[in-house]
Write a protein that binds this ligand. Structure first.
Ligand code: SF4
Ligand code: SF4
Length: 378
């Protein structure tokens, strides 16, 4: 269950262009999405479809300027929401309508969507002033359906405080979807540079992870992670940080509607492979382990250790070590000197095969190698 919704698995579409209308939302359901979600609608449509622009940003990142649906609300209801709702009913999944942005607008739309049979509303606050979020939620409070609210860092660093204030009216929190506005400029191609817009996908994953952790350890309502979820491992990571479900957007634009089912399958495989019965067993494990203070590598008194059989002798670890603590001649296993090593962790994260792993310093010097147990098993 998620905020009163029954889901077969925890992977949902985010309310973006990959579910621009009923046709795309139905494809998402066929691709394994656990709920029907359509791009955010407003009473007043986006001014022009030409305002929608997108550009690839690095590997697995997306710069975009995606306004809400370009259809007027009444036409959107008839042309998009009604057939999508019907498809959701036939598929036996919840239908979530994403609405924005001002309190008076969402109040009008909420009444209509609730009367049609929407199972939940998602309050999209990407263009809502912080002070208007609570009134918007209160405007929807009289409806007999759960209201999820999407929050992002443009509302401030203290999203946990904001979520705690909003908790009486919110059935669940979605964090963060996208980050921005950002400015993307290429000095050699200024005319083709995207400019001001929003960033989503892999580049914002650590930002989303931070806010999921912040909010999930503060509130009792479920948290949905959105931002850079592209694999089952990303989803599992979000669950360790406290998420009950994930929303997928950029990865589905790149990978197609089958992405949702693929990620859900990968989550199950990870849980099976690690001996867990369901995602509830791992939810918030990071909070329980580090909720009183973030893991800081230098405080752990750990040192990198080579797992020789995993090393492909690529020499990369020698290149990335600023402190000359690693010697890795070509076609030779690297050696790591203890004295100059600052335990910064860069080599461990950069090794392409996972052949370098952190181990307690005394264990490294005593045993000189070997595999350990998984970090989430006690
Ligand atoms: S980066 Fe990893 S795989 Fe490459 S030489 Fe170093 S330990 Fe081996
Ligand atoms: S942990 Fe940092 S200092 Fe130590 S060997 Fe790796 S890169 Fe060098």
């Amino acid at each position: 269950m998620l905020g009163g919704l029954s889901l077969a698995h925890p992977v949902l579409p985010g309310p973006g262009p990959h579910v621009a209308g009923a046709a795309e939302a139905i494809k998402a359901l066929r691709g394994g999405a656990a709920a029907m979600v359509i791009q955010t609608v407003t009473l007043q449509p986006a001014e022009a479809a030409s305002n929608m622009r997108r550009a690839a940003h690095g590997k697995d990142g997306l710069w975009h300027m995606d306004p809400c649906s370009p259809l007027p609300f009444d036409r959107w209801v008839e042309q998009e929401f009604a057939p999508a709702l019907q498809a959701a009913r036939e598929a036996g999944v919840p239908a979530i309508a994403s609405v924005g942005y001002a309190p008076d607008e969402v109040a009008v739309m909420g009444v209509r969507l609730a009367a049609m049979g929407a199972d939940a509303l998602l309050l999209d606050t990407s263009r809502t002033e912080r002070a208007a979020i609570q009134p918007a939620l209160q405007a929807l409070a009289g409806l007999s359906l759960p209201v999820l609210v999407k929050l992002g860092p443009h509302h401030g660093e203290d999203l946990a405080d904001l979520a705690a204030e909003l908790e009486p009216w919110a059935a669940a929190f979605c964090l963060i979807g996208a980050f921005g506005p950002v400015l993307a400029l290429d000095a050699d191609r200024p005319g083709d540079s995207p400019g001001l817009g929003f960033l989503s996908g892999a580049p914002i994953r650590p930002v989303a992870q931070r806010f999921v952790f912040d909010v999930a350890r503060r509130v009792k309502r479920p948290v949905i992670a959105a931002g850079g979820i592209a694999t089952g491992l990303d989803a599992v990571t979000a669950m360790l940080l406290g998420a009950s479900a994930v929303m997928v957007s950029t990865a589905a634009l790149a990978g197609g509607p089958g992405t949702y089912g693929c990620i859900a399958g990968e989550v199950n495989d990870w849980l099976d492979g690690h001996g867990y019965g369901d995602s509830g067993e791992i939810r918030g494990a990071y909070i329980r382990k580090y909720g009183g203070g973030q893991r800081v590598v230098v405080e752990k008194e750990e040192a990198p250790q080579l797992v020789a059989e995993a090393c492909i002798k690529c020499t990369f670890c020698e290149t990335v070590c600023f402190y000359d603590a690693i010697t890795a001649p070509a076609k030779t296993l690297p050696t790591i000197q203890e004295a100059p090593c600052f335990e910064c962790g860069l080599c461990v994260s950069a090794c392409p095969t996972g052949a370098l792993q952190f181990r307690p310093r005394d264990e490294v010097t005593r045993s000189g190698g070997g595999e350990g147990s998984g970090p989430w098993q006690s």
